[in-house]
Write a protein that binds this ligand. Structure first.
Ligand SMILES: NC(=O)c1ccc[n+]([C@@H]2O[C@H](COP(=O)([O-])OP(=O)(O)OC[C@H]3O[C@@H](n4cnc5c(N)ncnc54)[C@H](O)[C@@H]3O)[C@@H](O)[C@H]2O)c1
Length: 293
């Protein structure tokens, strides 16, 4: 029987509270080990202690981690490997909304405008690369899950910058579909609709508050189930799972129109795919060697 959880080690960012915390809890309840990386040390340490106390053994660890920094992410994944032996599941979930989420009418400030992109996109891109290198080094493959959002698909004028970051997470995740055949790593994204957590507690203005009060929401239970589905369903790679008020929906991928596929081009595609996969495998071996993780 395939062991989905009990011998598995998961790294989860942004899991001191909210969605990440609930996913970590579900994984520990199923027998996995978890290593949490977050900025909220008190809450993160309390979560790890709660999981360890409940299990009666060492199943969880916490490390202060800023997902915008490679050094922090490298230390987080190294802790997982040192403490529990490997990294099998990586969940890049840390994200922010708040003041920078709109972005359109704020001052013209290089640093302030890019901050939400550094956390929501940078944290995912950097986290995925560190996770991939760890998994490829061991040669066992693994599962990577990125937290995107319904804002990765819908246009949301009042939170345009947040929306852009989540569209980026969707595009990045879909583009990693080939890691499945290259390194047996499945990368998918969970895209929740509004869910009651701290990130939507302070919308910053009255219109936002009234919108959030009025809109239907999804449940934390559905959101957690979507993460578990990404882990359990071995067919899922490069997919985006919407978590809506009525449950989980696998979003169809975009298929370009017929004019993009001439017969001459289609004839070359299998050969190009094969060559691309060969090149990617070589580059991955070099990347693992160079990173020395
Ligand atoms: N709650 C929702 O309605 C909703 C909907 C769609 C997507 N999401 C996404 O879900 C993810 C989790 O959010 P949540 O709803 O649990 O909110 P939350 O605010 O409770 O959790 C976010 C966590 O990320 C951490 N974090 C923020 N910046 C960080 C950084 N630089 N480095 C490390 N950790 C950092 C926070 O400290 C916090 O623990 C986010 O990516 C969010 O965009 C949430």
């Amino acid at each position: 029987m395939v062991d989905t959880y009990t011998s598995k080690v998961a790294v989860i960012t942004g899991a001191s509270r909210g969605i990440g915390y609930n996913v970590a809890k579900a994984l520990v309840e199923r027998g996995s080990k978890v290593v949490i990386g977050d900025l909220l040390d008190k809450e993160g340490e309390a979560a790890a202690k709660e999981f360890n106390d409940k299990a009666g053994k060492h199943v969880a660890a916490y490390l202060h981690t800023d997902v915008t920094k490679y050094n922090d992410l490298i230390a987080l994944f190294a802790l997982a490997e040192k403490t529990f032996g490997s990294v099998d599941i990586a969940i890049l979930n840390a994200g922010i909304a708040g003041e920078g989420a709109g972005g359109l009418f704020t001052p013209l400030d290089d640093r302030a405008d890019m901050f939400i992109h550094e956390v929501n996109v940078g944290g995912v891109v950097k986290g995925n690369k560190v996770a991939m290198l760890h998994m490829a080094k061991k040669g066992k493959g693994g599962v990577i899950i990125n937290t995107a959002s319904i804002a990765g698909f819908s246009a949301m004028p009042s939170i345009a910058a947040y929306c852009a970051t989540k569209h980026a997470v969707v595009g990045w995740t879909r583009s990693l579909v080939n890691l499945h055949s290259i390194a047996n790593i499945r990368v998918n994204a969970v895209c929740p609709y509004w869910c009651e957590t701290d990130i939507i507690a302070n919308p910053g203005n009255d219109v936002g508050r009234r919108f959030l009060e009025a809109t239907p929401k999804t449940t934390m239970e559905y959101v957690v189930q979507a993460f578990l589905k990404c882990i359990e369903d071995s067919d899922l790679a490069g997919e985006t799972l919407l978590v809506l008020p009525d449950g989980i929906h696998v979003q169809e991928n975009y298929v370009p129109p017929e004019s993009c596929f001439t017969p001459e081009f289609l004839e070359k595609v299998p050969e190009l795919n094969e060559a691309g996969e060969k090149l990617a495998k070589e580059k991955l071996i070099q990347a693992v060697k160079a990173a020395k993780l």
